[in-house]
Write a protein that binds this ligand. Sequence first.
Ligand code: GCB
Length: 589
Amino acid sequence: MKLTLTFVIILLFVDLLSAQTAMINHQSRHLTSLNGEWKVIIDPTDIGQWRQVWQERKPQKKTDFIEYSFEGGPELSVPGDFNSQRCDLTYTEGIVWNKKQFNYIAKSDKRLFLYFGAVNYLADVYLNGEKLGSHEGGFTPFQFEITGKVKDGANSLVVKVDNRRLKNGVPGLGYDWLNYGGITRDVALVETNNTYIDDYSIQLKKGSLDEVLGWVHLDGTQAGQAVEVKIPELNVDYKIRSDENGLAKVDLTADFQLWSPENPKLYQVIIKSETDSVADEIGFRSIEVDGSKVLLNKKPIFLKAVNIHEENPYKAARAYSEVDAKILLNAAKELGCNLVRLAHYPHAENMVKEAEKMGIMVWDEIPVYQHIEFSDSLVPAKMETMMKEMVRRDKNRCGVVIWSLSNETYPGTPNRNEALIELTQKCRALDSTRLIVHVINTQSYNNNTFNVWDPLYNYSDLIALNEYIGWYIPWQGKPSETKWKIAWPDKPVFISEFGGGALYGSDGPGDEAGQWSEDYQKQIYMDQTTMFSTVPNLCGVCPWILFDYRSLGRMNQVYQKGYNRKGLISEHGEKKKAWYIMNEYYKTK
Ligand code: GCB
C-alpha cells in the first residue's frame, strides 16, 4: 500500500515537470543545432506511453521481445511538421515519437540548455531515458537545463509530440486552419557560462522618442555584476550593476533614427555582463493611441494590413524559415501593406524579424480562438503562459506594435470576460508600451447599421472587429450608406477581418449566381472598400486572407478541396481579381 502510494506520488511529480521559459536571443549564443533528420515512431493509439518508448530497451534474454524501435524506421526533418512530410500523416492529429542522438563532452564551467523553438502541441521530453519535462502550447519556445544530466559521449533525446485537440487546450476543439503537428521550429543545445543573460528589455519608454527604459536580467549564482548596454553606432556605452536578483535597470537616452516602414532602421545593441555578452539588432519607435488615432512616432498612421497564416503556400506545409517568411512578406509588401496580422498564434521568430527588417509592422496573437473553455480551471493559466512566452520572445522587436489576446470569443461564455480582462491586465503589466487588442465579432448588423458593443472593448486599445458582410451575411443596403453605432465614439476602429472565398480561375457573375467565382469575391472587395469610408475613426483594415490555406473544415470538393479559399492569392501564387481592388485601395491610403 505504502509502496503504491509512493509510486503514485513519484508519477505525479514526474508528470508535473514543466519546461522552463526559454532564454531570449538564443541565436546569438554558442549553440549546436539539433535540426536535421530525426528517427520517428508513429503511434496512433498512444501505446508507446505504456511501453515506455523513451527507455529504448534492448532484449536481455531470449524471451524478451521489445515491441518498438526507432532503428530501421522512418525519419522526419526537424524543423518540420509531420503532416506535410508523409502522405500517411496528412491529416493526422495524433502521437509521433521523435529521436535524435547527439554527442557532447561536458565542460565543468559551462551550463547546457536544450532549446525548442516550438513543438505543436504537447511535448514530453526525455534525455537518456529520464523525463526532463513537458510543454503545452504549439507556438512558443521553451527550454530545459541539462547541465549535469548530459553524458560525455553519445546522448539520446526522445520527444513525444501529441497534436490531438484538447477541449481545454488553447486553441480548443474548433479552429479553421490545418493542425500541423511536430517539432516545427529549431532545436538546439545552447552552452552558457554559469551566470548568463537570459532576458532583457531594450525599447523606448512609452511616448518617448529618445529615452530607453528597460532592464537586463542575469540567471545564475553571480547575480550582482557590472552590466553594459552598448550601441556602437550612437556611441552609447551605458553602465550599471545588477542587483542580488540579477536585475539591472536601464534608463538611457540617445538620438535615434526612428524605425518606421519607410526607414526600418535597426541598431546593433550589445548587452554585456562580466560573465556573458549577447548582440541583437534593435529598432526604436513609439506606438500610441491618441484619441481616435494610432500614432507611430507621434504621427497618425493608417494600418494597411493583411492576415497571414503560418503556411508556405507552395509547399502546403507549416512555414518556419527565413525563405518561408520572405515568400509571405514579399506578397504582403506587394499588396501595399505596412502591417501583417500573424493569425491566430505566434509565428516563428524568423517571420517577426524579417518583417521588422522589411519595414512591416507586426500584430502578434495568441491562439485564444473561438471555442475556448474559459471556465475550465486550467485554461486561464495556459493562456497566461502563452501570452508570457510570446511577450518574452518578441518584446525587443520594435516591429511588433500589437499584442492580440483573443479572436472571436463570446461575452456569454462562462468566465470569458473575467479571464480575458485579467489576461489583459497581466499583459499590460508586462509591457505597457504596445497596443493590446481583442478581436471581436459580436456586433449586430440590422437595417444596414452596425451596432458595436462588447465589454472587452473597454480593455482593448482598438475596436478590432471581424465582419463578413457580402459573404456570410448579406448586405442590407448600399455599402456607401452603412451606419455605425459604436459605444466608444473616440476609439480607433480597425476592421480586422473581411472577405469571401473564390477559386482562382473560376468564372461567374459578381452576384449569387457566381458564388466561389473571382468576380463574386471582387464584388465583396468593391463593396467593402466603399463601405470603409462610412466607418468612424477608421485606423486600418485587414483582409482575410493573403493566400488560400489548408483547413480541414473546407471540404467543398469542387471549389475548396481542403482549402479556405478566401485568399487574395491562390496557393500557387496566382493573384485573384479582388487582389487588384485591395491593392488600389491601399494606394489611396
Ligand atoms: C473568421 C476567423 C478566421 C476564419 C474566417 C473564415 O472569422 O477569425 O479564423 O478562418 O473567419 O474564413 O471564416
